[in-house]
Design a binder for this molecule. Structure first.
Ligand SMILES: Nc1nc(=O)c2c([nH]1)NC[C@@H]1CN(c3ccc(C(=O)N[C@@H](CCC(=O)O)C(=O)O)cc3)C=[N+]21
Length: 234
């Protein structure tokens, strides 16, 4: 598989990034384009995402693809939500009929995951609750979760008192925590207090080695889909 990384300066203007996207949209060597988020403040995220050719939008973030997902007829399922669904299914935890509590409402994880698991479709059919920074009595809600997804962006945000016995926990957090004992100067931590929550959980994903690698695998699935669409159309 051919790929190219375009490392742009953080002072890149919106117009410059739009130019690059136009050229990638028109370039048949690339079936997929992923714009790494977040973007610096001078660049409007929605403007950039709407500039992508929806057929190359392997992140599934263009409004066309968001709409298709909401309708239950996606071409591209956003990679992290798709990876989470696969982790559940391949480990024997079909979300059908379960109460899934998604902590976090981002456009890249929380909202598309809630949408995906809500679908009337094999592998979904969950009852979904989405919590966020303004949620009242968060622990009361997370304790009702059969499946708890932490996509908050804060280390140790989910503690043992917030989960019930037998919960299945998916930790989406990829928080960099300063750690001078590491070669890189930091270590990765999830959003879940892993040790304490593990003691109550039926199953839990680690960070690193959990959702992250599955996200990458699903990005490759979407890239294959994009190549297929480029040849055969929808
Ligand atoms: N448009 C867009 N789409 C994304 O999907 C996206 C993004 N922007 N911006 C940044 C976040 C973050 N993200 C990760 C994916 C995999 C790992 C991963 O595989 N991590 C390894 C560890 C890697 C290490 O140790 O450094 C693991 O969890 O085992 C981490 C982070 C995708 N993101």
């Amino acid at each position: 598989m051919f790929s190219e990384i375009f490392h742009l300066d953080e002072t890149t203007t919106e117009a410059e990034l739009l130019d690059l996207i136009s050229s990638l949209n028109a370039d048949p060597r690339f079936h997929g384009i992923l714009v790494q988020l977040p973007l610096p403040p001078q660049i409007e995220e929605t403007v950039i995402i709407e500039a992508l050719d929806p057929i190359k939008d392997v992140d599934g973030l263009h409004p066309f693809n968001v709409g298709k997902l909401l309708q239950g007829v996606p071409d591209f399922i956003p990679a992290t939500p798709a990876g989470i669904q696969q982790i559940l299914l391949r480990n024997g935890y079909d979300p059908a009929g379960k109460h899934v509590v998604v902590c976090g409402r981002s456009n890249i994880v929380g909202k598309p995951l809630a949408t995906l698991l809500l679908q009337r479709r094999a592998g979904s059919n969950a009852t979904v609750t989405v919590t966020h920074t303004r949620t009242a009595n968060l622990a009361e809600i997370t304790r009702q979760a059969d499946i708890l997804v932490a996509a908050i962006g804060q280390p140790r945000a989910i503690t043992a008192d917030m989960v019930k016995d037998g919960v299945v926990v998916i930790d989406v957090g990829v928080n960099r925590v300063d750690d001078s004992t590491r070669r890189r100067g930091y270590r990765l931590e999830g959003d879940v207090e892993f040790e304490a929550v593990s003691a109550k959980a039926e199953a839990i994903t680690p960070v690193p080695g959990g959702v992250g690698p599955m996200t990458i695998a699903m990005l490759l699935v979407n890239t294959l889909t994009a190549a297929r669409l480029s040849i055969h159309g929808r």
